[in-house]
Design a binder for this molecule. Structure first.
Ligand code: FAD
Length: 409
């Protein structure tokens, strides 16, 4: 529930109500065994404002596993109304023979995943934070420092000019990449700059997408078009076009017709002709992983813990699995009489996440390295790799389950 004055002590304080912080708060509230834990969520930006970074003009590919997590929160019905099912994924390599098809029928699932417009997710999660019993929601308010104490973390909050102090047994830091709080605590990030940027826009095309998501590797880097619901009788998709940093201004300065011509050239005829491109946004792309993700009374969640290249659509999906796992470890700790911020709880959480995190990061990073090169060796290997995955159903199944976020289910 939206509040103006927080209490001085909470069991859990969530810093940041972006996609990850808000999802964690709803998951914790949906867990009956954790109902007695007090929780404060602090968000720097006015709720439902277009300034909130998570809920901008992007679209996100949600895995089937993420659908199950949203079901647990009780919000899937509202998301589903505007989500588009991905029934097949085609992965291809421009200028090379061979493509891989992943098909939900092969995995006996209704869908491989769903595409959701981020702004829509904000319209589902934000009002719930403002109304939910058992969640104190303070916004707009900014945490400007976190100090470790003997048995808690002490937080300084700037609530529209008013300085407040709150202590938390557990701080869930979900304030996004490049967190000054994290830096202030001396937690460093292992960072790799891909020297690429993602150009994001909605596009319209002449043929229906038939629930296929396309991932195409080009000389610049990967280019994806994800299926969106038709709008005003136009077939639509969400474009994620990776460009080398040195070519970004060249591409973004093209006028609309020149840009469409270049996009059609790169993407080919899979969706007929791409006829329109909407407002464009660019995002610099890097891999960064926090060197510590838990400390006494502190856990890092979402982009502050790991920021991934969007090529495999894994960043949010990975973070949602982490949020779900954290709730389960808090529940188990509570049953043993342990407070949420104790290291026994946080270490159990960390151990439960290690394998999934390493595999997902390695998979995403290796796709970028393999598909962002023109050199003959890797180019040949990726072509052979595409053919092998298509020819060997076992490989394809394993890859599909990872992409669907189902390996842990
Ligand atoms: C182009 C692109 C496409 C992507 N596509 C996909 C995809 O298809 N599938 C997928 O799974 N992932 C995808 N991702 C990744 C996904 O967007 C991120 O994983 C997700 O946005 C991380 O959310 P977050 O809540 O951790 O961080 P953020 O979205 O950055 O949210 C942080 C929140 O914290 C608030 N905040 C910051 N500092 C403070 C403070 N001091 N006090 C209070 N509040 C604060 C901010 O206002 C914000 O609301 C994509 C990413 C990009 C860039």
């Amino acid at each position: 529930m939206l509040i103006h004055t927080p209490k001085s002590e909470y069991d859990i304080v969530v810093v940041g109500a972006g996609m990850v912080g808000a999802s964690f708060a709803h998951l914790l509230r949906a867990e009956p065994a954790c109902a007695s834990l007090s929780m404060l969520v602090v968000e720097a930006v006015l709720p439902a404002s277009t300034e909130q970074p998570s809920f901008d003009a992007r679209s996100t590919a949600l895995s089937f596993g993420s659908r199950k997590i949203f079901e647990k929160m009780g919000v899937w019905q509202d998301i589903a109304e505007s989500a588009t099912a991905i029934e097949k994924i085609q992965v291809s390599d421009k200028g090379h023979f061979g493509s891989v098809w992943l098909d939900c029928a092969e995995h006996k699932q209704q869908a491989l995943g769903y595409v959701m417009e981020n702004s829509r997710l904000g319209r589902v999660l934000n009002p719930l934070l403002m109304e939910a019993e058992g969640i104190d929601y303070l916004a707009p308010a900014k945490i400007h420092s976190a100090r470790p104490r003997q048995s808690c973390m002490q937080l300084q909050i700037d609530a529209q000019g008013e300085q407040l102090e709150v202590s938390a047994n557990l701080v869930v830091l979900a304030d996004g990449g490049r967190s000054p709080i994290c830096a202030d605590l001396g937690i460093t990030q292992k960072r790799k700059d891909y020297e690429q940027q993602a150009l994001i826009a909605n596009v319209a095309f002449s043929r229906p997408h038939e629930h296929v998501a396309y991932e195409r590797f080009t000389e610049q880097g990967p280019l994806a078009i994800l299926p969106l619901a038709d709008y005003e009788q136009q077939h639509r998709g969400a474009l994620v076009w990776t460009l080398r940093a040195e070519n970004v201004s060249e591409v973004t300065s093209l006028d609309e017709q020149e840009l469409l011509a270049e996009l059609n050239n790169q993407f080919g005829q899979r969706l007929g002709k791409i006829t329109q491109i909407g407002q464009r946004f660019t995002y610099p792309l890097s891999l960064s992983v926090a060197t510590e993700q838990v400390r006494p009374h502190l856990v890092l969640l979402g982009n502050v813990a790991h920021t991934l290249h969007p090529v495999a659509g894994q960043g949010l999906n990975l973070a949602l699995r982490a949020a779900e796992s954290l709730v389960q470890q808090i529940r188990k700790g509570k049953a043993r009489g342990e407070a949420p911020g104790e290291m026994s709880v946080l270490q159990a959480y960390q151990e439960s996440r290690n394998e999934d995190q390493q595999v997902t990061i390695a998979l995403t990073d290796s796709m970028i390295r393999m598909f962002s090169t023109n050199q003959l060796g890797p180019a040949f290997a990726r072509k052979a790799g595409l053919l092998a995955v298509d020819l060997l159903p076992g490989i394809r199944k394993g890859f599909g389950r990872q992409a669907m976020g189902l390996h842990a289910w």
